[in-house]
Write a protein that binds this ligand. Structure first.
Ligand SMILES: [Zn+2]
Ligand SMILES: [Zn+2]
Length: 274
């Protein structure tokens, strides 16, 4: 465990970039070899849009990283936050509790709020407009949403009292987990179901990308599935019935054009059809 802590305390940016790019390449190869949906799409054009949003997400997080670093250091130095108020115990249990709570506040909670607050939905909507979910969809976030998510991650770090190595560990796991659950692949149904008791499985997250309510408003989890099961937001839908996208933005000229995607938050609001 000490080695893990040491590594993530000083993880070089180049390693983080390599994990992100390596993950996309890995799942890209698998989904090309054995795709779940046989989309008739221009995979590179689609990837171009999603990689643009991945890069803006990286830029936002890079520019604001110092705030996150200061928050984590401040919590550690001042013994602030849930983890610092717990009695000393096994480092593995301490790490699992920290990752679970960070997942709750920095990911599940903000995701749920983005779906419920109309102004924030305008930004998160871009993630849902994708009608060809594949591994590149994982970081299709409008820059406005990236800022919002950053604020909640920082809030999570303060409330949980996370040391920085744990934040880096969480973010690394999150990158790979989301690339995995967005990839255009399927696992045997039984395996997917068993997995969904612990982490957000591909079938579980894809229900969240079904184009109509109430499915869009379900399965908000990022890495761990426990929060959806605990708070009653867990839903299932046969994978054969899945239709990706969001009912208000099903036209390709709207959901597959970068300039329009960037402008969606500032356009007239549309109500869902159901
Ligand atoms: Zn969502
Ligand atoms: Zn998604």
């Amino acid at each position: 465990m000490d080695e893990i802590i040491n590594y993530f305390s000083t993880i070089p940016s180049s390693h983080r970039a390599l994990i992100l790019a390596g993950g996309i390449a890995f799942f890209w190869l698998i989904e090309t070899a054995v795709p779940f949906f046989k989309f008739s799409y221009d995979k590179w054009q689609h990837a171009g849009i999603n990689i643009f949003f991945t890069v803006t997400t990286i830029i936002v997080n890079f520019c604001l990283a110092i705030i996150l670093l200061k928050a984590a250091d401040w919590a550690t130095e001042n013994h602030f936050g849930f983890l610092n108020w717990l009695p000393e115990f096994n480092i593995w249990i301490y790490t699992i509790i920290g990752l679970l709570l960070l997942d709750l506040i920095g990911a599940y909670l903000i995701h749920l709020i983005e779906h419920k607050v109309k102004f924030l939905w305008r930004f998160h909507l871009i993630h849902h407009t994708d009608t060809w979910i594949d591994t590149t969809s994982a970081n299709r976030h409008h820059p406005g949403e990236s800022v919002l998510r950053f604020i909640f991650t920082t809030l999570g770090v303060l409330i949980v009292g996370c040391p920085m190595w744990m934040v880096f560990l969480y973010q690394t796991l999150s990158v790979v987990a989301t690339q995995f659950n967005h990839a255009n692949i399927t696992l045997p149904k039984k395996l997917d179901r068993i997995l969904s008791y612990f982490i957000v499985s591909p079938d579980m997250h894809k229900v969240h990308h079904h184009y109509v309510l109430p499915y869009t408003d379900s399965n908000y989890g990022n890495i761990f599935s426990v929060w959806d099961r605990l708070f009653g937001t867990f839903k299932t839908l046969d994978r054969e019935k899945l239709v990706y996208g969001v009912d208000t933005h099903m036209k390709p000229e709207e959901n597959n054009k970068l300039s329009n995607l960037l402008m969606i938050p500032f356009q007239k609001r549309r109500s869902p059809n159901s």
